[in-house]
Structures are given as structure tokens and as C-alpha cells.
Design a protein around this ligand. Structure first.
Ligand SMILES: C[S@@+](CC[C@H](N)C(=O)[O-])C[C@H]1O[C@@H](n2cnc3c(N)ncnc32)[C@H](O)[C@@H]1O
Length: 142
């Protein structure tokens, strides 16, 4: 087996483990992750978003949206809001939280492979999610 093929096989196996890990902590997220979106954290992103003219950015996406903690804030400001994550449990919680919000769309995908959305979004956020287990894949994520 060529070294590239072997490397991809190892990465796919690692991805599977990572997805399972995120799935496993989704329901106890608060005790496992220190989130920059928690109310006690002074996060400049809220001010930044408030300073934007929402008419200039109709379609926005949160890459690695997790339980959708940022989506409510975004959905009050932008016309169309997407949350993308590869963990089904994270998305389950997000869909429960944002049930009935017509402008919030959730989709289960690997954020390193979003060719189908090429040039679709006007603005992309990613909070605490671009942390690859292999530094060489970071480029695919941005
Ligand atoms: C620390 S959580 C942050 C969640 C959210 N952004 C927040 O701040 O509340 C990281 C999230 O990124 C997701 N994630 C990591 N790598 C991903 C990838 N390659 N594709 C899709 N989601 C990914 C995980 O499933 C997890 O929900």
C-alpha cells in the first residue's frame, strides 16, 4: 500500500474516533469543554457581528456549530443561517434548541469537504472547532 493511501486510511479511522468522541460528550458538553460562548467569557465576536450590516451578508454559516450555541444569535441578525457539524448528537441538540426557526438550517457534514457550498455563503464563522488532530489537514478546513 502506498504511503498516501495508508495515511488516508489512518486519517479516516482517526476521524471516526473523533466523531464518536464528539457524539459521546454532546450531552455533557458543559462539563467537558470551556466554551468561548459561555456568558462569563468576554468574547469580541458578538460586538463584531453587531457591527456588521446584515444586509451585506444574507447567508451565513457556523462551521462546527456543535450544539448550535451561536446559531440563535446569528438567526436574529441574518436571513439564512446554517450550522454544519459532523456529530449527530451535537446536531440533535441543536435541532431541538432551534426547532421552529425557519431561517436555521442544520446539516451533518465534514467541514473540510464543503465543495457543494462553494461560493454559497457570504460569511463563515467557526468557533472552537478548527482543531484538527493532524496539522496537515488544517488547510482543508479554512
Ligand atoms: C469545541 S466544539 C465547538 C462547538 C461550537 N462551535 C461552540 O463553540 O459551541 C467543536 C465542534 O466542532 C465539530 N467538528 C470538529 N471537526 C469537524 C469537522 N471536520 N467537520 C465537522 N464538524 C467538526 C465537533 O463535532 C464539535 O461539535
Amino acid at each position: 500500500m502506498g504511503s498516501n493511501k495508508l495515511r488516508s486510511k489512518i486519517l479516516v479511522k482517526k476521524d471516526k474516533e473523533y466523531i464518536e468522541w464528539w457524539d459521546s460528550i454532546a450531552f455533557e458538553y458543559d462539563s467537558k469543554v470551556l466554551s468561548p460562548l459561555y456568558p462569563m467569557v468576554k468574547n469580541p465576536i458578538f460586538k463584531f457581528v453587531e457591527g456588521l450590516n446584515s444586509k451585506d451578508y444574507e447567508r451565513v454559516v457556523d462551521l462546527g456549530c456543535g450544539r448550535g450555541e451561536f446559531l440563535g444569535f446569528l438567526s436574529r441578525r441574518f436571513k439564512e443561517v446554517w450550522g454544519i457539524d459532523w456529530s449527530k448528537n451535537m446536531l440533535r441538540i441543536a435541532s431541538e434548541t432551534h426547532k421552529g426557526k425557519k431561517n436555521v438550517h442544520l446539516i451533518r457534514l465534514d467541514i473540510r469537504g464543503l465543495k457543494a457550498f462553494y461560493e454559497y455563503f457570504d460569511l463563515a464563522f467557526s468557533i472552537n472547532a478548527i482543531a484538527p488532530h493532524d496539522a496537515s489537514v488544517a488547510e482543508d478546513m479554512v
